[in-house]
Design a protein around this ligand. Structure first.
Ligand code: PRP
Ligand code: URA
Length: 210
């Protein structure tokens, strides 16, 4: 199957993204919006999950129904900011496992520096959703996905809230087999590697650290 790159145009996502970008949006609301956008993105990101037929006994008869056929999922947030998306994803798939990859961008070189990696033991039998609100140069996502690939997951999907064209291109080039879902695609990166217009520093805005 061809790799997917999806930029969302759904009105609910676009509306929530506008509030999220606003510099005056408070930490409490920012956090809630990241959670809600992640939940909404999950609908599309899980579209290809295979289904199987089942029969369900209702109070009035037998219904021909569908259920997801044994697909095991895992979510891996890139710390810190990726944590903000986890609850929104897990609400849709409560049985999924969660791994963590800790990376920060060196402010001078913009290169990712890894400080933590803990993944589910059976990740080789799971589809893995890597989540991080921001795809800027792409360095963090490329590195995180590289770490996960060493453990041979069945499939990797990357979900972010805002992508820069530079990061999207770099990620597609580095990992051509990974499906990518972005709530919005912005104009460019500035000289400090921040997405323009973007939303600022996602980690600081989620955790209120600035
Ligand atoms: C942010 C963001 C991504 C990364 C994106 O994290 O959450 O992980 O930058 O930039 P890149 O595409 O150029 O690698 P940051 O390094 O600010 O760490 P934090 O989440 O701990 O704040
Ligand atoms: N990380 C962020 O949090 N925001 C950006 O715009 C770029 C990287």
């Amino acid at each position: 199957m061809d790799r997917k790159v999806v930029i969302f145009d759904h009105p609910l996502i676009q509306h929530k993204l506008s509030i999220l970008r606003n510099k005056d949006t408070r930490t409490m609301d920012f956090r809630a919006l990241v959670d809600e956008i992640a939940s909404l993105m999950m609908f599309e990101a899980t579209r290809d999950l295979p289904l199987e037929d089942i029969k369900v006994e209702t109070p009035c008869g037998i219904a021909d129904c569908k259920q997801i056929s044994g697909r095991k999922l895992a979510f891996v947030p890139i710390l810190r900011a990726g944590l903000g998306m986890v609850d929104g994803c897990i609400k849709m798939v409560p049985a999924a496992r969660i791994g963590h990859i800790g990376l920060y961008r060196d402010e001078e070189t913009l290169q990712p520096v890894e400080y933590y990696c803990k993944l589910p033991k059976d990740i080789d039998r799971r589809d893995v959703f890597v989540v991080d609100p921001m795809l800027a140069t792409g360095g963090s996502a490329i590195d995180a996905i590289g770490q996960i690939k060493k453990r041979n997951p069945r499939k990797i999907i990357f979900m972010c809230i805002i992508a820069a064209p530079e990061g999207l291109e770099a990620l597609q080039k580095a990992h051509p087999d990974v499906d990518i879902f972005c709530a919005g695609l912005d104009s460019h990166l500035n000289e400090n590697g921040y997405i323009v217009p973007g939303l600022g520093d996602a980690g600081d805005r989620i955790f209120g650290t600035k």
